[in-house]
Design a protein around this ligand. Sequence first.
Ligand SMILES: Cc1cc2nc3c(=O)[nH]c(=O)nc-3n(C[C@H](O)[C@H](O)[C@H](O)COP(=O)(O)O)c2cc1C
Length: 183
Amino acid sequence: MIRLLSLSGSLRSASSNTHALFAAAMLVPHGVVVETYGEIGKLPHFNPDLEGTLPESIIDLRARVGQADGLLISCPEYARGIPGSFKNMLDWLVGSTDFPGKPVALLNTSPRASAAQAALKLVLETMSATLIPGACVTLDLLGKQTDPVAIVNDPVGSETLRQALRAIIDPILAQQAETLRAR
Ligand SMILES: Cc1cc2nc3c(=O)[nH]c(=O)nc-3n(C[C@H](O)[C@H](O)[C@H](O)COP(=O)(O)O)c2cc1C
């Protein structure tokens, strides 16, 4: 079984990024489970002084990242950058021993949001995530109906998501098979 953790960079209830992640969760093949992390808006502001006595919410965040075989991230662009709440979560994960090497699929719901996407890649690479090139895809949801079912029913959008999912799932499956063989 493969466990993917989905993380949306938007706190908006009708977020296109959250809906793209829900659509991806509807498209995963049998044997893959997508868990949604919905606590980003409740995390405390990052403070290195708290690394010694971590808040419960951060222990939980790091544990959920640690239990995941890969991360699905979709994040909007605010003022040509990463939204503060999402960067805050990433800052808390810099000190996580489970984050380095974690396979990441990076979705983008707007072709205009190139600066945030570039900044996210730089930050995630700096944190030693394994960005999967074939799983870093852009959907064009600008000005479109963005409920998850509409995304799934759109042939272009759903094929883009399927490609991204295959790109992140295949190496995880290969790694799991290798681990089993080595036993
Ligand atoms: C405060 C704010 C700043 C924004 N800045 C940008 C920007 O710099 N570039 C851009 O392409 N879109 C920008 N947008 C538009 C959002 O990225 C867009 O509405 C996106 O769909 C929001 O994601 P969501 O639907 O997941 O909430 C901004 C929106 C807000 C609210």
